[in-house]
Write a new protein. Structure first.
Length: 193
């Protein structure tokens, strides 16, 4: 059991018979006789539906422990991603909705921690920051503006905004959830053809 005021992003709960992952949790203090409240944004791991729920800070909730196994990403199709256990060679399918926006940053052979609940895959833990090569963008410019950006298309088809000095062929680090440029990858100061 966990107390609602201790909820954190990434925790998994059983509520009303369904399993939910905590995406966000925020505690608000109450005034005088009014108690505080914990606002939580939850994701149903079976259906993928979102639910915003309020809890009393001292409310006890059932937390669920998940099994986690490293699996190799093989490929994705229109609605699912295929992973393989490197020891048993067992293949599993995870709906693309459970992988989320990070699907475009998966590449064949990448080892990814996959979460299981009651022997059923419910999601993959993907890195917050991923590296990707810039496929196309405007020619680099070394203007003296710090806040100037241009559009770039990465090799995985994702479009992001990058600084003016980034050229096609360079590897950049990208915030996967926000799909936002973070920095140029180390050792990538020169353009790679």
């Amino acid at each position: 059991m966990v107390i609602a005021s201790k909820l954190k992003s990434g925790m998994v709960l059983r509520l009303e018979g369904a399993i939910y992952e905590v995406l966000e949790a925020e505690s608000k203090a109450g005034a005088a006789k009014l108690g505080g409240v914990v606002k939580a944004k939850l994701n149903n791991v079976t259906t993928g539906t979102m639910w915003e729920r309020h809890f009393r800070p001292q409310e006890r909730l059932e937390d669920v422990q998940l099994e986690q196994r490293n699996m190799e990403f093989l490929f994705s199709d229109a609605d699912s991603c295929t992973f393989m256990d490197p020891e048993t060679f067992e293949q599993i399918l995870i709906p693309s909705a459970f992988v989320g926006t990070a699907e475009g940053f998966l590449h064949a052979g990448m080892l990814v921690p996959v979460q299981f609940f009651e022997s059923r895959p419910i999601g993959a833990l993907l890195p917050d920051i991923a590296e990707a090569r810039v496929a196309t963008t405007a020619a680099p410019s070394h203007a003296h503006q710090d806040s100037a950006w241009k559009e770039a298309t990465l090799e995985n088809g994702v479009r992001i905004q990058v600084p003016l000095f980034i050229a096609a062929g360079e590897v950049v680090r990208v915030d996967v959830k926000e799909r936002r440029y973070v920095e140029r990858a180390r050792g990538e100061r020169k353009r790679i053809a």
